[in-house]
Design a protein around this ligand. Sequence first.
Ligand SMILES: [Zn+2]
Length: 240
Amino acid sequence: MSGYRLALPAIGAPAMSSTHGSLGWSSAALLISDARVVIIDTGGPGYRAMWDVWLAADGLTRFDVSLVLATHSHWDHIGAVDWFPHARIGIGADELAWAQGAAPADPYLAPELVSALARSPRVDRLENTDEVEGIQVVPTPGHTPGHLSFAVDTDRGRILVVGDAVKNGDELSGGAFAMTMDAPASESSRQTIRAAALDDGMSLLLGHDGLYSSRLERVVPPTPRVSTFASSAIVGETAS
Ligand SMILES: [Zn+2]
């Protein structure tokens, strides 16, 4: 299925994040069709105000978002999920079950976020072969046990949103994983992701970096709306 427009290819504020994604700046995708407004990974809690700006650029508000998909349960990827009260929320069944057990002790999990998801009637627990609103689930464990990637047809071709299965260009090209709970699983997921690009022609949105082409080259400029937001924020501050 196709029909999505990739309205927001990536967040990852180049001036504010290293290639290893410091300060919690994670990538996100905003996909818009005639019938649906879909976000893959919301970013952290600080993304709420930015989502208002980004959605307004397409004449939308946070109440128009119909589906939020989460690659995994780390706070910097699901921290703004409560900002979209009308959206269904999709997260891996195995991921959510793991996070519920691990949350109190894991510094990358926010227990209140995880428990809110576990209780929410809007949450769909995804299986590894599911397809949601034309978006295909691709299991990519390792960074977390139930980590998922999502493949979607867009006006910019087929894209795989890989979350933190591969966080940056260094990991994509074979570098050591900065953070993995299962190194062999992460390596297998990396090969899955590289094959999606090299063999199947998909572009890749990495978890703490920009958009990469099917030839594993960074797409420039990756984050056109970040500077727009930064400019308006600065203008707003000096005007008040
Ligand atoms: Zn993560």
